[in-house]
Design a protein around this ligand. Structure first.
Ligand code: FRU
Length: 501
């Protein structure tokens, strides 16, 4: 482990990932595509770079690649913090906040009431509306619109449910400490009626937060839709701390019925590996999807951090990046429906020419540097076949002393990301980690697509069926890429490395 105490913190500001200029951020909120603009609101402390003064920060983009930070959209006040939530385009002006010809955007957020409020200690759902396309917001005078007198009722994700004969707004929120997603419906976004509850199920090693519910075609067949319920939990992730799980199933406008529940009620610690994880790494949390993304795409962004050490990561004046945006689809794999995630092409594709294109390379008990591949922001695509090696893979952001190891142990069927020597790991005891996920060869191959940035690695394996995202804080001079096979042989069938800046 090398402490990089002399590195200027701006070294870590990502090139490809959104960060606030000089403040703290956590969960993405209110993701929506509207009038040609992607809006990314987020949990933000406008006055500092640790958690507090929760307000909705705001950034906009036309391409999911270049983001412009905007003024704070919805600010906390002495009575309430503005916790996570979502935004819908109320095209029929059902709420009455706009007019038929100028319908509003409506934000549904959690009011976390503070001591100065008569409702202190309660979390309830509130509205704000925008009549200028999402740049300025007015809080609704009738807030809150939905309370359960609960201290842990939060993170409303609202969408329009169209069930043929019926159509209404649906809200998925959580009773965090009961491990429950609670579903409500409304005609006007102001009056809500309880529909049903889902949970506890599968992973319940931590409180449930930030749910999402949407339908996707299975294997690209628009006639065969399945519903996906995502729910984030903290702690209780497969490698510790914050993480997100998903369920597949059906939603009939009232009830979500899961076909992927392995355990109901209390979780079985022995089955943690079998639950369905949005990401197996330690730094993908509070993920939610965009409303109204063009062409029916389902695009999701997560907060790239972990509550275990979120406030301590060694960056300044900003703290915490967002993940790259991911496009979601469903595929049948081994008779089971699985979520497949891939980075949205336009978020990183800038017409670059690969620096390295080679293969096959036979490796036998060696670590081999790829000198032409040095870089700090790159896409690495590597396809391996196994020989006799115990482990094979790549080391990225390497130097003589530092490196992040991304490997496959075929006998154990594990994908491994070792960040114990990745750079500055000393800021929190929980940070240095070896994170693993189950992986099987697909047509005899292990395919890795790795996005490397100044403070992160996002590993998409087997065409995106498996994702592992981790923060790293390497020295800016650690730019090496190596490939290795330990304890025997393996073949790197093809290797493409493309600089992304
Ligand atoms: C998730 C979360 C949410 C809450 C927000 C507060 O990271 O705890 O449940 O709304 O952060 O910032």
């Amino acid at each position: 482990m090398t402490a990089v105490t002399t590195t200027h913190p701006e070294t870590f500001r990502p090139a490809l990932h959104y960060t606030a200029r000089n403040t703290w951020l956590n969960d993405p909120n209110g993701l929506i595509h509207h009038q040609g603009v992607y809006h990314l609101y987020y949990q933000n402390n406008p006055f500092g770079n640790t958690w507090g003064n929760m307000s909705w920060g705001h950034a906009t983009s036309e391409n999911l690649s270049a983001w412009t930070e905007q003024p704070v959209a919805i600010a906390c006040d002495e009575q309430e913090d503005i916790f996570s939530g979502s935004i819908v385009f109320d095209s029929q002006n059902s709420s009455g906040f706009g007019t038929a010809t100028a319908p509003p955007l409506v934000a549904v957020y959690t009011s976390a009431y503070k001591n100065a409020s008569p409702l202190h200690g309660v979390q309830a759902q509130s509205l704000a509306y925008s009549l200028d396309g999402g740049f300025t917001w007015e809080k609704y005078a009738g807030n809150p619109v939905l309370t359960r007198n609960s201290a842990n009722f939060r993170d409303p994700k609202v969408f329009r449910y169209d069930g043929g004969a019926v159509s209404y707004w649906v809200m998925a929120a959580v009773e965090a400490e009961d491990y429950k997603v609670v579903l409500y419906k409304s005609e006007d976004l102001k009056t809500w009626e309880h529909l049903s509850d889902f949970g506890p199920a599968n992973a319940t090693g931590g409180i449930w937060e930030c749910p999402d519910l949407f339908a996707l075609p299975v294997d690209g067949n628009p006639q065969e839709l399945k519903w996906v319920l995502t729910v984030n939990l903290n702690p209780g992730g497969p490698n510790g701390g914050s993480a997100g799980q998903y369920f597949t199933g059906d939603f009939d406008g009232v009830t979500f019925t899961s076909d992927s529940t392995i355990t109901s009620g209390a979780q079985d610690p022995d089955r943690l590996q079998e639950y369905h994880w949005l990401d197996w790494g330690r730094d993908y949390y509070a993920a939610v999807s965009f409303s109204d993304a063009p062409d029916g795409r389902r695009i999701m962004i997560g907060w790239m951090n972990n509550w275990d050490y979120a406030n301590q990561i060694p960056t300044s004046p900003w703290r915490s990046p967002m993940s790259l945006p991911r496009e979601l689809s469903l595929a049948t794999v081994g008779g089971r429906t699985r979520l497949v995630q891939n980075v949205v092409e336009e978020a990183v594709c800038r017409g670059e020419v690969p620096a390295v294109q080679s293969g096959p390379i036979h490796l036998a008990g060696e670590t081999r540097p790829i000198p032409a591949a040095t870089g700090t922001v790159q896409l690495i695509e590597a396809d391996f076949t196994t020989g006799t090696a115990e482990e094979f893979g790549l080391i990225v952001r390497g130097s003589g002393t530092e490196g992040t190891r991304i490997g496959i142990n075929p006998a154990q069927g594990r994908l491994i990301l070792d960040r114990t020597a990745s750079g500055d790991t000393g800021f929190h005891d929980g940070f240095p980690s070896v994170d693993t996920a189950p992986i099987n060869a697909l047509d005899g191959r292990y395919r890795l697509k790795i996005y490397v940035d100044h403070c992160s690695v996002e590993v998409f394996a087997q065409h995106g069926e498996l994702v592992l995202t981790d923060l790293i804080f390497p020295d800016k001079t650690s730019t090496g890429v190596s490939i290795y096979a330990h304890g025997g042989s393996a073949t790197l069938e093809s290797l493409t490395i493309t600089p992304l800046i």
